[in-house]
Design a protein. Structure first.
Length: 336
């Protein structure tokens, strides 16, 4: 209990995530999601997300305190996602964090959402090896990062030139008539299909960069389904799902291991919502074993957006003596 208690607030998309962390110990991780309000639109509606954050903020913080068995006055620091994300959604979290920090008289830490996706792994697997390679794959980003130190600056080694991996899952799910967000539904459907049934294209597979491209794949799947239906054939949803998923995870794991090799790094971390994918986890493990690379993937609940990840990074910043943010920090939707 002599380590500082950090409150983490995450509102970059449609999840109001509140986390309470002491050192590397997770005390509470409470998430209120507005995903059902967005489902009928087939994507997140920013205005709806902002309003939902505003309504969920105070009750979700109180639920987290109750769960952790602590009081407001026990909080030693407040961390919040300052960006990147939806501007209006971020603003709600940043404003709330400033109010809590000011009211409690504790320091405020504005953090980068991607760095928080990396830091969360420490809650489950202990201190991250330095350096490590992190692959972040979610609905908003697909990036390979060199992580010299969780509390330090991350270097981008490559990222998607068009759609994010999760975005491709969501769009292909829509083509297959599966609900939003589509990733978990494709994952489930793929279990009864064959990943080699259809040879879908693997964008940028051999281009020598650490960048990704998923929009050609998404279009290829849509064209394939349309053509089959036009010819009067039935489409096997499990086979299309499995073959599409195989194309995505083949490229992701190939490039992640290339990054490890190029930089002589033996530790790979995978995070973000798509890291919950069962086939990605299995293939990454297989290829890491072959390459002699140690793999770390947080449990699925810590891969998707949550407040624990923000509290985890905040805790790291407090412990390493990083300077707090000013109470005037902006929400920065395009933070690199
Ligand atoms: O990290 P996250 O919760 O939010 C963003 O920052 O975007 O990621 C959400 C994304 C969605 O595109 C969702 O379809 C995808 O992660 N996702 C999955 C799985 N679970 C969530 N994609 C593939 N397989 C899954 N099991
Ligand atoms: Zn995220």
């Amino acid at each position: 209990t002599d380590q500082p208690l950090v409150l983490g607030i995450e509102t970059s998309c449609d999840e109001t995530g509140i986390g309470l962390v002491r050192g590397h110990t997770l005390l509470a991780d409470t998430v209120a999601s507005s995903v059902e309000e967005h489902a009928r639109f087939g994507g997140v509606v920013p205005e709806v997300a902002s309003r939902a954050h505003l309504e969920a903020m105070a009750p979700t913080v109180e639920r987290a305190l109750e769960k952790a068995g602590v009081r407001f006055s026990d909080i030693d620091a407040v961390a919040v996602t300052a960006g990147p994300g939806l501007a209006g959604a971020l603003l709600v979290g940043v404003a709330a964090a400033k109010a809590y920090a000011l009211g409690l008289g504790v320091p405020l830490y504005g953090v980068n959402h991607l760095a928080a996706h990396v830091a969360v792994d420490q809650l489950e697997h202990g201190p991250l090896p330095k350096p490590c390679i992190a692959m972040l794959v979610s609905g908003g980003h697909s990036s390979l990062l060199l992580v010299p130190d969780v509390a330090g600056d991350l270097t981008s080694l490559g990222s998607t030139v068009d759609d994010a991996a999760g975005e491709a899952f969501d769009k292909v799910a829509r083509v297959l008539g599966l609900p939003f967000p589509g990733g978990p539904h494709i994952d489930r459907a793929a279990r009864s299909g064959s990943g080699t049934a259809i040879a879908f294209p693997r964008g940028k597979y051999d281009d020598g960069t650490l960048d990704f491209s998923f929009s050609g794949l998404k279009t290829a799947v849509a064209r394939w389904v349309e053509a089959r239906e036009r010819e009067g054939h039935t489409v096997s949803v499990p086979d299309v799902a499995a073959s599409f998923q195989e194309a995505v995870v083949d490229v992701l794991t190939r490039k992640a291991l290339q990054a490890c090799r190029h930089h002589g790094v033996k530790d790979l971390l995978i995070g973000g919502g798509v890291a919950a994918n069962s086939r990605l986890r299995a293939l990454a493990q297989e290829r890491c074993d072959t390459a002699g690379v140690r793999l770390r993937v947080p449990r699925p609940g810590l891969c998707t957006d949550n407040g624990a990840m923000v509290a985890a990074l905040g805790s790291e910043l407090v412990t390493t003596g990083a300077p707090p943010s000013s109470l005037t920090i902006p929400a920065d939707s395009s933070l690199p």
